[in-house]
Design a protein. Sequence first.
Length: 217
Amino acid sequence: MATTVTSGITRPPDQGDGGQRRLSQRDPQTHTMGVAFAVVAIGMLFIALTSSYVVRQGLGVDWQRLPMPRILLVNSAVLLISSITMELARLARRRGNWQRSNTWVFVTLMLGLAFLSGQLLAWQSLASQGFFLSTNPHSSFFYVLTGLHGIHLAGGLLALTYVAAGSLQQLRAPAAAAGPARPSPDRCSRWLDGTAVYWHFMDALWIYLLALLFVWG
């Protein structure tokens, strides 16, 4: 294997696509670890907040339960439906139907935005009844827990936007044109799978928070 020398600078032999293949092999593991780390970190955060919630609830008589805004039930249904549309996007992707997959990703994006809008309406409803962040411990936990969930769900929406952009690029050019600026079909599929895991986790977390805030105790 020859070594190329140009202008006094020794360069390693051309390795062809070997470096790209090694990068592609590392990418699935890196992406999976990233999603797992995010899920574990968020889970630990909410476990800690749950412990604080349970302890604070039993400390004094100043705990005043909030009335549950009805919009939260609608929001829960919207989020559950978004998990179904996410799975439909994955199914279409596995069948090679990029157009349909991207359509379902877009529907999931819209449902996620509808959920966040519903959260704002729920906060507005409680505020109109005189329940604010500092009104009592239960209202404080409600705003903090649902606010943090909304922030993390917004992160999932950003990931979905990236997935949708990659899908559009695949529709506009053949897979042979994949590169740093044009993700490969396999990479787009891995991003969709990872985002789906994160999205389902946020869905389950929301149901848990709803039960904690309005069923527990």
